[in-house]
Ligand binder design. Structure first.
Ligand code: 4AD
Ligand code: MG
Length: 461
């Protein structure tokens, strides 16, 4: 089979030639003597018009085709300079590979995103989701390309783990014990020594701690895999299962870390603009007017920088606009993040040096004793897209912080070892892949940028 993409790419080769194309019917309209089918084959955003005639044996069968049917068309590709599309197939044969029932739910009209979410198995056949998932695929490729070109080693960190990297306790438990009747120890507590791994385990919330061990051997590494969080937040930017990219670099401080993040985001934006122009134009026209201008502006300008303390001062002046009033020490909410990046900076911005109380145990403590060398990257429309930090590389300081937080050093022995055997200054960050795809496409809900979303009360298909 020739693909529609090949036809559009090499039209001079295919014009006036016989081609065979397979795909799904987007629409059919027929008269007594002939009819038109709009065919989509998934190879590109474009569709191909097929003209069929009553000279064909199965003319009646073709005329009755429903939207969604799978067909194989043989015919001649002819130029149609007057029409909207540059050419069409004059079919000599239309073979019905699989008919479609008349109740096919995707008719030729605009459906709401809510409606399409009820059919995650069929929505990839619509224009919007064709565009989203082609961009998602290209975005993943661009991220790999970016890191591979810079010599980073791709490390596969485990999905089942015994630790809670972020210390937020938002983990999905992994167990083979019988939930109705688990074994108990002498104190009446569930006896996890009898569980599959001989201890309590969970799905990973982040590959970072494992990633750090490889950075202390390969210097520059990255992970790219699924992560899981049992956050009970029903928002448009939280999923229970999402993908994260986590680079980790030895001999790198917080500034190196931010430079890497900025270079990566710009690289990915540029790659997607160059390699998915039709999809990006579609988003710009139908999903988020102004998207292209905004992204082009981002590649041409420098990201903003502000410390948490400065950000709080800026935000406090606007406290009347917020549901949650800010004060030094508070965690920034989405409304604050968006205000900073959309109203004050009007571009992506790094917020650095957060209070240690609202950040994870592993972050490098600043001289002031109050803040840590953390950075979040905020972007318009979303808020936080990246969270990262320089890591505490001093054994004693890390140990002291873990003691304060009640973390047992013996549970993190491998992590302490890294501070014992050739410790280096090192930094890394986590890019939320779905949030990155939302940013690139202008899509407003995380459920619409991951093929099969898992959110509170939703694990369909
Ligand atoms: O800020 P977070 O929690 O950082 C970490 O996990 C670090 N261990 C990363 C590192 O330094 N290696 O998460 C990183 C990013 C967030 O900025 C956000 O984009 C995304 O992951 N994220 C989520 N995306 C979708 N749904 C959720 N529930 C998310 N939680 C975090
Ligand atoms: Mg974060």
């Amino acid at each position: 089979l020739t693909t529609v993409k090949e036809i559009y790419t090499d039209r001079e080769i295919f014009l006036d030639q016989e081609v065979t194309v397979g795909g799904w019917v987007r629409s059919v309209r027929g008269s007594k003597a002939f009819g038109f089918i709009v065919l989509h084959d998934g190879s590109c955003f474009d569709t191909l018009q097929v003209v069929y005639h009553d000279t064909m044996d199965n003319f009646a069968e073709i005329s009755k085709l429903n939207v969604g049917a799978a067909i194989i068309v043989k015919g001649t590709l002819v130029a149609t300079p007057e029409a909207k599309q540059p050419f069409e197939i004059q079919a000599s044969e239309v073979q019905v590979e699989g008919a479609s029932a008349p109740d096919y739910p995707l008719q030729k009209k605009r459906h709401t995103m809510e409606y399409l979410r009820t059919m995650t198995h069929l929505r990839p056949r619509t224009n919007t989701f064709q565009a989203v998932f082609r961009v998602r695929s290209l975005c993943a490729y661009a991220i790999h390309k970016f890191f591979q070109e810079r010599g980073f080693v791709y490390v596969h960190t485990p999905l089942i783990t015994g630790s809670d990297c972020e210390g937020a306790g938002e983990m999905f438990r992994v167990t083979t014990l019988d939930p109705q009747n688990p074994p108990v120890d002498d104190n009446g507590k569930v006896d996890y020594t009898q569980d599959f791994f001989g201890k309590e385990t969970n799905l990973t919330v982040s590959g970072q701690l494992n990633g750090e061990t490889y950075a202390q051997a390969f210097r520059n590494i990255y992970t790219f895999g699924p992560t899981f969080r049992a956050e009970n937040s029903n928002t448009t930017r939280h999923a229970a299962e999402f993908w994260m990219i986590e680079p980790e670099c030895a001999f790198a401080d917080l500034n190196d870390n931010m430079d890497l993040a900025e270079d990566m985001l710009k690289y990915v934006i540029r790659y997607v603009l160059e390699n998915a122009p039709q999809e990006m134009n579609f988003f710009n026209s139908f999903v988020d007017k102004g998207l292209l201008d905004r992204l082009n502006h981002v590649i041409d300008s420098e990201f903003g920088h502000v410390t948490y303390t400065e950000a709080i001062e800026l935000l406090e002046k606007n406290n009347d606009k917020f549901d949650y009033k800010v004060f030094w020490g508070c965690d920034l909410q989405t409304e604050h993040e968006r205000y900073l990046t959309e109203q004050i900076f009007k571009k992506p911005v790094f917020v650095t040096d957060y209070p240690k109380e609202i950040k994870a145990f592993y972050m490098k403590q600043n001289e002031d004793g109050k803040t840590v060398a953390a950075m979040d990257c905020l972007v318009p429309g979303i808020g936080e897209i990246i969270g990262g930090s320089q890591r505490e590389d001093d054994y004693d300081k890390l140990k002291a912080r873990m003691d304060e937080l009640g973390l047992k050093a013996e549970d993190y022995q491998f992590y302490m070892d890294l501070r014992k055997y050739g410790s280096t200054r090192h930094s890394g960050f986590g890019l939320g892949f779905e949030r990155c795809v939302m940013y690139l496409t202008g899509m407003g809900n995380i459920r619409d940028v991951i093929p099969f979303p898992r959110t509170v009360n939703n694990c369909d298909l």
